[in-house]
Design a protein. Structure first.
Lengths: 166, 422
């Protein structure tokens, strides 16, 4: 179970806003985390606390394929991203690296900046603790659940190549 | 089936696929650059295999911060170089050979019609101009593909775009794609295949087609694709001959009864050169309605518009002229072959006489990397593909996007304007 404070962002939050390319001369997650969301909200890193949740609008993570974007979010300690919709490559990358993402238009509309939000990843349940309203995220296709259960794509591929018991 | 569905089916050993199917597809090429390959190399090591699936089908292109802009970026390229040596990767491009990936790989015949290509770079969708399926992925996907030669994909729904009629003067492939993104929005084709068809497309050169498919991602598309025709085959034959490539390729076409979730028609006679205003590529206006936007910088080049035909269009406008005194112009030819051809055709002289800075091939300022980033409050007009906040430098700088003709004319005018005003 995840419990954290919501930080709201608008539509089309692009990967340049999540982690600007001026910081991409490294792929060290700890370094990237220092600049997460910087061009969307320069004070975000100071405002957020570990376990907090990012709530975005439509097309979250559009733009570049840089996996550094979900990596920066995860490394900063953000526990999950809820959005109305995700851009395709960001969606893949988040699943591949194990950043929890949930899609729910209703939840995004029903969550305000600073609300306490509880997430049950297994069931895709989202509860706005502040307003006491429950939402359900769009379920993942079965294959993606397998990837998530394996702990990401690399673990999944390792098991496929070397057999289950490694 | 659509051309995209046919290519996907052929690469997963099925007679047919339909939108929504999850498939495990064999790849013909996987690529990465100096930003995305280093984390892929780290992830690759975790998989625990002692070789890449095919040393000829991995391309490592250090183009983003080349020539290395600082110690950290030099370390990233060093990691790629060492990986390439260790695994005997054929297609690692050292300085002097490197070009901007999406211009370089087709030029070398590493992307052919019917191929399935994935790349850890969002503009990997460029190769769709050849009638290939290509799409951007992240570094972890790249790592898995280098180990297995496979990728999981969801078969996308498709939108068919039909471009009818004849292009107006100064209208380029770039204007068609900007207009399209403006009309459908930055998520108008999210997760979908964008198939570009119609008379106007048939008359476009390969360079113009690459520009269009390059920006499919800017509408959220999974891939952009154009059915191969005589223009494609001629281009491919030339490239294969020049590079002594013997590999077979397949020309796929959409069936007459292929299913599309949407069909969108444009009369290109209604389209004039476009400008995308900050901070989304969909925020487009015709250049005649741009108003008086004074510029600090003009950038011509990139994986979108850095091919020889783009250089020729810019040269045609800049010949005998000098850029406006209040701005600077950076020209980024995409590959060494483009640079060489520019010298041969006298284009380099034209640019130098026009007081433009001509760069060695690099992504450079397009993503705010180096070689021409913007200061606070500055405005740039660029033939690149993104104008997000902070894309080219300071978060309070502004990027406008256009085709080459408008960019070159604006360089002379000192503000956003059309070649007709010169």
């Amino acid at each position: 179970m995840i419990l954290g404070k919501a930080h709201k962002f608008g539509n089309n939050i692009d990967t340049d806003a999540i982690i600007p390319a001026r910081y991409l001369n490294t792929h060290d997650p700890a370094e990237l985390a220092k600049h997460v969301m910087e061009d969307a909200d320069p004070r975000f890193v100071d405002k957020m606390k570990v376990n907090d949740i990012i709530v975005g609008g439509e097309n979250f993570g559009c733009g570049s394929s840089r996996e550094h974007a979900p990596v920066a979010i995860k490394a900063a300690g953000i526990s999950a991203v809820i959005a109305k919709s995700f851009a395709r490559i960001f969606y893949r990358n988040a699943i591949n690296i194990g950043l929890p993402i949930l899609e729910s238009k209703e939840a995004v509309d029903g969550i305000k900046e600073g609300d306490e939000v509880e997430i049950d990843l297994e069931k895709g349940g989202i509860r706005n603790v502040t307003t006491k309203i429950n939402y359900t995220a769009t379920p993942f296709p079965r294959f993606m659940e397998e990837l998530i259960e394996a702990g990401g794509l690399i673990e999944y591929v390792r098991r496929k190549i070397h057999g289950k018991n490694i | 089936m659509t051309i995209t569905e046919k290519i996907l089916a052929a690469h997963c050993g099925k007679a047919s696929v339909k939108p929504g199917d999850l498939i495990n597809a064999k790849i013909d090429l996987v690529l990465g650059n100096d930003i995305t390959a280093p984390p892929a190399i780290k992830e690759f090591a975790r998989i625990g295999v002692d070789r890449v699936f095919d040393k000829d089908k991995v391309a490592l292109v250090p183009d983003h911060f080349t020539p290395n802009k600082d110690i950290k970026s030099a370390e990233q390229v060093k990691m790629m170089r060492e990986f390439a040596r260790k695994y005997q990767i054929t297609n690692f491009f050292e300085m002097g050979c490197v070009g901007i990936e999406h211009a370089l790989l087709p030029e070398l015949g590493l992307a052919l019609p019917g191929d399935l290509i994935i790349g850890a770079d969002s503009h990997t969708c460029t190769y769709g101009a050849l009638g290939a399926f290509s799409t951007g992925v992240g570094s972890t996907d790249m790592a898995a593909a280098m180990a297995t030669g496979e990728v999981w994909l969801k078969v996308p729904e498709a939108i068919k775009f039909i471009y009818k009629g004849k292009l107006n003067k100064w209208v380029e492939g770039k204007d068609l794609i900007l207009y399209t993104i403006g009309s459908v929005g930055v998520d108008g084709a999210r997760y979908m295949s964008m198939e570009f068809t119609g008379d106007a497309i048939k008359h476009l050169s390969m360079d113009q087609r690459f520009t269009m498919t390059n920006m499919a991602i800017e509408a959220g598309g999974k891939n952009g694709i154009i059915e191969p025709d005589d223009t494609t085959v001629k281009y491919v034959k030339d490239v294969m001959k020049r590079n002594n490539i013997k590999r077979n390729y397949t020309l796929y076409k959409s069936d007459a009864d292929a299913k599309y979730s949407k069909i969108i028609e444009y009369n290109v006679g209604d389209i004039e050169p476009q400008v995308a205003f900050p901070h989304l590529p969909s925020n487009t206006k015709p250049v005649s309605k741009a108003g008086n936007i004074k510029l600090d910088q003009v950038v011509i080049g990139s994986c979108t518009n850095g091919r020889i035909e783009d250089m020729r269009i810019a040269a045609k406008i800049l010949k005998g002229r000098v850029k406006h005194k209040d701005l600077r112009v950076i020209i980024l030819p995409a590959t060494q072959a483009v640079v060489k051809q520019m010298i041969k055709e006298g284009i380099m002289d034209i640019f130098i006489d026009a007081q433009c800075a001509v760069s060695t091939p690099t992504c450079g300022p397009c993503l705010g990397g180096h070689m021409g980033v913007l200061a606070e409050g500055e405005k740039a007009l660029s033939t690149t593909n993104r104008n997000f906040v902070g894309r080219m430098g300071h978060p309070k700088s502004e990027v406008y996007l256009s085709g080459v003709a408008v960019a070159a004319a604006s360089a002379v005018l000192g503000r956003i304007g059309s070649p007709e005003e010169l």
